[in-house]
Design a protein around this ligand. Sequence first.
Ligand SMILES: Cc1cc2nc3c(=O)[nH]c(=O)nc-3n(C[C@H](O)[C@H](O)[C@H](O)COP(=O)(O)OP(=O)(O)OC[C@H]3O[C@@H](n4cnc5c(N)ncnc54)[C@H](O)[C@@H]3O)c2cc1C
Length: 408
Amino acid sequence: MSTAPVPTAPSFVAPQHVVIVGGGVMGASTAWWLAAHHGVRVTVLERDASYARASSALSVCAIRQQFSTAINVQLSQRSLAFYRDIAQQLAVGNDRPAIGLVEPGYLYLAATSTGAEVLRAQQRLQREYTVHTAHMEPDALRARFPWLHTGDLVLGSLGVSTATSGEGWFDGYAALQAFRHAAVAAGVEFREADAVGFTRRDAHVTVVHLASGKSVTCDAVVVAAGAWSARVAEWLDVSLPVRARKRDVFAFEADVDLRHAPLVIDPSGVWFRPEVQRGRFLCGAPPRGEDTDDLPLEQVDHGLFDEVIWPVLAARVPAFDALRVTASWAGYYEMNTFDHNGLVGSLPGVSNAYTACGFSGHGLQQAPAVGRALAERIATGAYHTLDLAPLRVERVADNLPVHEANVI
Ligand SMILES: Cc1cc2nc3c(=O)[nH]c(=O)nc-3n(C[C@H](O)[C@H](O)[C@H](O)COP(=O)(O)OP(=O)(O)OC[C@H]3O[C@@H](n4cnc5c(N)ncnc54)[C@H](O)[C@@H]3O)c2cc1C
């Protein structure tokens, strides 16, 4: 990525000190871009330095290009380029971060002619954004993936945008720590502190209040509080449609070597992917029943695995018939209930408040490009490298949803 300085919009007064509420991957990325590329003083308030409940630490960390909207494709393509080069981008002295990015692809499966037509329509659209997919009928799928049961399938769509596919997964916690480490090296202060409110002068935020009773003055604030962003924005009388929606992940072992297999998305919505070690896998599925807000993360729905996921896995990959669940966890999708896409930009009605939230399960893969563009917007008054206007918060009030067909 080019890092040439970007011009400042006329009559724009750049903030001297930006306070970011939330030090997950969105907050850390934005902080690094602001400090390292625009020379802005940044304080990040993160209430839990262990990130025990942060989505960035509980994610499955996959990255793909098979989206159906230009903005999501562009964010993922630019972020992929960054992640491929992260050792260089976020090097601090001789410390070059490694995030274990692998790119075996995503394989979307369709079991009906309607499902296949959806994949074909998306392929036509994706070509316009230079996302290339190989569409395979059952014979071709069987030849390429002999371990896959294809009897009920009509079509599969595999990402093949580059020699190394352009789709895969990485260590998201390592990426978060790399941003954080580089941000600190660029002068960002990370404070373990719980933000509890703001003081405003007219439409301008001047102070962030902390649970400790202390406060921090600021010229601008960024709400990057993940699944808790709506609560923080409420202090500014801004209503964000972002809710904490629990997603369960299961790790299992099976005696089969599929280390180079793609992330498979079954027509049922069940997904699985291999881990680096032979015979180890992760899997998940959308929740059973109502998608309730704020369910406790401690309560993994084991019935979801037994009753929904396992039957699908065993049918799709006969070698999964004898598998053993070895671990499970839950994390919150920071779900944008309006249209399941990121909300980025200024908060309506507040002259110096911004947000990056609501990514609904695809935030880790978009964090580098979102942080870069948002930092430009904050530091210069305009987007330069990528126009994130399609993700503006105002689209909710304007009832102009981003129609993304590929939300997992
Ligand atoms: C199970 C699961 C699987 C996922 N899989 C993928 C995937 O495959 N690919 C992908 O791209 N994305 C995936 N995601 C989504 C991705 O993890 C998120 O989009 C991303 O991590 C969001 O980052 P964030 O920084 O906005 O939020 P978080 O990482 O949650 O960070 C927000 C931080 O704000 C802090 N905070 C909140 N309120 C306050 C306050 N008042 N004061 C101070 N600090 C505060 C919290 O402590 C938290 O650390 C997945 C998520 C889950 C849960």
